[in-house]
Design a protein around this ligand. Structure first.
Ligand code: PLP
Length: 362
């Protein structure tokens, strides 16, 4: 990669490989909804969305309406589910032909005041206690919705599909979802389509794939499990560059609030990526290192908004050399998450959209 500057490389071959691996866990008839919320987990929703559309996935999903508007405005034709619409969103949802998640009577009432025909996905809470109707709401839903012709799918969300220790809880969620679905079918006198599984659901509970699955993190190369991580390939890598090198003398300080005081002479590299780009300020002062010419350069002082400093005293390097921040193998988003006390999801989605994205594909 010859681009000298901070850039996120998006490997579309890896995306395709992950999509194929997830499909191996699915029946040929099961539809795939690809979750591209939060800037496609840092990977750029337009690049990812267009590639997935070309590869014949069935649906896209985002969290918020403005994310869906951007996808639609870019020419994407796939159906798009909005996972968490708000009360003022429905004019845009209709205008841009998006499909809302309807999760409460408050949201349902506003939505029906705008359209009685537009399709939507009806969400039930089966234990995550986040969004959704309860099983006891089915009668009232039937009173309000009549034929239910505008209900395109019933769905729910698993809270611990990645955690085998919580298998009993997850099976309870699945059972409840089945019971709710049957009650809905009886009340409305029809058979509704439904979707339940996220990535770890696909990997650990593929008997319950129903008509469609919703996969996010797996597409981007992470499986919430060491064995699955080996089968999946990280889609994004993050590289930067040494902008400037300073020789810092004993007793001088480096960075804001004099976060680092040199107890001897040091050579310091300045890297153009900071906490505004998703490199948490908690990773300063040597908490993490980045690879330069195959050696690890640890952070020095506090991480700034737009840049950070690393110790290159014993590293052979020069200004303009590449710095590897997130790697496919040695320093993945999962490993950075472990160092940071968080999960791969947070590391990926924190990556700022201002960083240049470069596509890798062959
Ligand atoms: C984010 C999200 C997903 C995707 O989850 P992954 O673990 O990334 O596969 C699926 N369903 C809902 C409701 C979500 O909010």
């Amino acid at each position: 990669m010859s681009y000298q500057g901070t850039h996120v490389a998006i490997n579309l071959n890896n995306l395709k490989s992950n999509l194929n691996y997830l499909k191996e866990n699915l029946e040929p008839s099961t539809k795939i909804m690809c979750v591209v919320k939060a800037f496609a987990y840092g990977s750029d929703p337009l690049i990812i969305g267009k590639f997935l559309e070309k590869n014949n996935v069935d649906y896209l999903a985002v969290a918020y309406t403005n994310e869906g508007v951007k996808l639609r405005s870019s020419g994407i034709k796939l159906p798009i589910l909005i996972l968490h619409p708000q009360i003022n969103d429905f004019d845009e949802i209709l205008e841009y032909n998006l499909e809302p998640n309807i999760y409460s009577f408050r949201i349902l009432e506003r939505f029906l005041s705008k359209s009685k025909k537009h399709p939507f996905h009806l969400k039930f809470n089966t234990g995550l206690n986040r969004l959704g109707f309860k099983i006891d709401d089915v009668d009232l839903l039937n009173n309000i919705l009549g034929s239910g012709n505008n209900i395109k799918y019933l769905f729910s969300h698993l809270g611990a599909s990645d955690d085998i220790k919580e298998k009993a809880f997850t099976m309870g969620q699945i059972k409840l979802f089945d019971t709710i679905s049957k009650k809905m079918n009886n009340k409305f006198n029809k058979v509704f389509n439904k979707h339940l599984l996220n990535t770890s659901g696909v990997l650990n509970y593929h008997d319950y794939q129903y008509d469609m699955v919703r996969t996010g993190i797996g597409l981007y190369g992470y499986g919430n499990d060491d064995d699955y991580n080996k089968k999946l390939k990280p889609v994004l890598t993050l590289n930067s560059v040494i902008s400037q090198i300073h020789n810092v003398q004993k007793n001088e300080s480096v960075g804001y609030n004099r976060g680092f005081i040199a107890e001897k002479d040091y050579k310091i590299g300045i890297i153009p990526i900071g906490h505004a780009d998703g490199i948490s300020r908690t990773l300063g002062n040597g908490k993490i290192g980045f690879k330069i010419n195959n050696q690890i350069a640890k952070t020095v002082g506090n991480i700034c908004m737009d840049m950070l400093m690393v110790d290159i005293t014993n590293i052979k390097c020069k200004e303009g050399d590449m710095v590897s921040i997130i790697d496919e193998k040695n320093q993945t988003a999962e490993e950075i998450g472990n160092i940071s006390g968080t999960i791969s999801y947070e590391i990926l989605t924190a990556l700022s959209s201002r960083m240049k994205r470069i596509i890798i594909q062959n």
